[in-house]
Design a protein around this ligand. Sequence first.
Ligand code: HPA
Length: 249
Amino acid sequence: MLAIIGGSGLTQLSSLDIRERKVIRTPYGEPSGVLSFGRLDMRDVLFLPRHGYGHNIPPHRVNYRANIWALKECGARCIVSIASVGGIRADLNPGDIVIPHQIMDYTWGRKSTYFDGTDMPVKHVDFTHPYDEELRRQLVFSAAAAGISVWDGGVYAATQGPRLETAAEIDRLERDGAEVVGMTGMPEAVLARELELAYAAINPVANHAAGRGKSAESVRFEHLGEILQEVMGRVRIIVEGVIGVIGKE
Ligand code: HPA
């Protein structure tokens, strides 16, 4: 079954016919909210809003371990994560959609493994390719089939937040090779890998990153609501297309 983790601007999937909502407890605490069990296109889908239904859980406080554990426990085999980003690369603009292929992790202090030597033995998972390539391809294919243009590939830098970055920090991320920046991609991706769930992301660009383009002087989110509302319409279409493919397998 496919699970969707919704980010800012997508706390619900309106096209989803919700059949049930369940409170799930895990050995790692509580997930961001109740899990919604829905049907779309005659297929079962799970939905969880990363920041809670009231959008009140900041990126560094999200219980990533509980979220991924709960989704697996409820039958998820694949996760599509939706997480908005700032665009670092000069040709990225608000409203663009990136399907990233690589990650760099600048977060700290987050509980980022299930294998921490207490309740599970130490294990070093392979993370050479952090996203599931087949699921990534399905997202790109679904977008193309719907006539929606996306960037196929991108290097995602995960920062700690909740503050935005300084211009110098964005310069450094760019020198490191990052193309987009967000606050929630890690440890979510690696936890999914640890639990052997196929994981891929859709990153709508919400703003130019600090010091870039329209954010040369400051990052202003004044048009954020409109941008996210419009871009999430396209994100939904991509997700719905993938649900159709995955459910058939
Ligand atoms: N930086 C970090 N995370 C973000 C940004 C950004 O500029 N925009 C949306 N999420």
